[in-house]
Ligand binder design. Sequence first.
Ligand SMILES: [Fe+2]
Ligand SMILES: [Fe+2]
Length: 256
Amino acid sequence: MRILFLGDVVGRPGREAVQRELRDLRAALDADLVVANGENAAGGLGLTPATARELFSAGVDLMTTGNHVYKHREIYGYLDAEERIARPGNYPPGAPGRGLLLHALADGRRVAVLNLMGRTFMGDVDCPFRAADRLLAEVPDAVRVRLVDMHAEATSEKKALAYHLDGRVSAVLGTHTHVQTNDPHVLPAGTGYLTDAGMCGVSTGSILGMAPEPIVGRFLSGMPTRFTLAAGRGVLQGALVEVHDEMGITTGIRIF
Ligand SMILES: [Fe+2]
Ligand SMILES: [Fe+2]
């Protein structure tokens, strides 16, 4: 299975890039499945039902999220009902939505997508390592293609999770930093790994997709400032992961 994974989609420039470029990219890469991280799709922070629908109609099959998923209240019920969007599976019990997606392609092949969030330099959530073990126990044995979005700040935590899951999932892809890393590789037991997939949106001329000035201002003044989206034309960043259907191991991983 060839999986096209898109890093955090940031605001309208990110959504427009997805709408403009995803179908051609999907065809060029001969991808079977498109998974996108949508945590910043609505105005740069959070996800709304309307922005989620936009991404689905642009060709995204499944979505993961992260620490901004609960920014907009109207997404809560939508997350409970929509089986194509995951939120970090290590939010405490009772949080809206689900951390594990089980999905079937049109040709019948099945895939599991897990979403987790780091704790280092981030919010208070339950242990992502134990949450991963718990969620993996819910994946039917026959589903060998298993993709993990590890939404985290610290590279060490992302790599540690990948080694913890090596041989048990097909790939661990990092999100959240919005800066793509150049380290796609396969771990000893066959799990593909990338520290960060990058972002979809205004990647250069911005700070993580947002206009630089208010962010510089916050660092200089220590005062709260209102962040705005960077203006400009968005780009798509992410990874293509090739997974062996029966063995579930990654046979190729590259960034774009
Ligand atoms: Fe993000
Ligand atoms: Fe994030």
